[in-house]
Design a protein around this ligand. Structure first.
Ligand code: ADP
Length: 163
């Protein structure tokens, strides 16, 4: 049984994240989408809200035979992966600019947990410029983000904005 962890902030979930989830599905039997409860950042959505929106969006993705689980976590990704009995950490690469940071993280995680490999998947080119941060910035300035984030995420962002 091959179990992977796909860690991230997912603040909020984008179609780029969903693209990586779809591409991972045929490679693993089970994948835990692990939502980082990052206490140092001030996120738009709480970890529980982020988990909830991922759970709601998942049925729209073809995840074939792979069982998808969504969990919030805090602390070290490598430790979370070990405790979850995962053999792989999945990360997405959008552009060369992601590479240096991801390489450092992958090497550090390998040092912490030598049996867990980081697997990099290339973003779909249509989402290669999509990040949660950019989506929040454009949305807050009134720009269109439809097609780049799930409709239900856009609704939740609008609800936050109107609060
Ligand atoms: P983090 O704060 O850990 O980078 P993110 O939610 O920003 O969390 O990203 C989680 C993972 O999803 C990362 O591996 C990131 O490279 C990947 N990712 C984010 N956006 C995209 C995208 N548009 N296409 C492919 N992968 C993406």
């Amino acid at each position: 049984m091959q179990r992977a962890v796909f860690p991230g902030s997912f603040d909020p979930l984008t179609n780029g994240h969903l693209d990586i989830i779809k591409r991972s599905a045929p490679l693993f039997d089970e994948m835990i989408i692990a939502v980082l409860n990052n206490l140092d950042k001030s996120p738009m959505f709480t970890a529980e809200e982020r988990c909830e929106m991922i759970r709601e969006a998942l049925p729209s993705v073809d995840t074939s035979e792979c069982t998808m689980l969504v969990e919030a976590f805090s602390g070290l990704t490598a430790e979370f992966a070990r405790k979850s009995n995962a053999t792989a950490i999945v990360r997405g690469i959008r552009a060369v600019s992601d590479y240096e940071y991801e390489l450092r993280m992958a090497l550090m995680n390998r040092r912490l947990e030598p049996t867990i490999e980081t697997v990099f998947l290339m973003a779909g080119e249509e989402y290669s410029y999509v990040s949660s941060t950019l989506m929040k910035q454009v949305f807050e300035l009134g720009g269109r983000v439809d097609g780049l984030i799930p409709g239900l995420v856009e609704e939740k962002m609008r609800a936050k904005q109107n609060r």
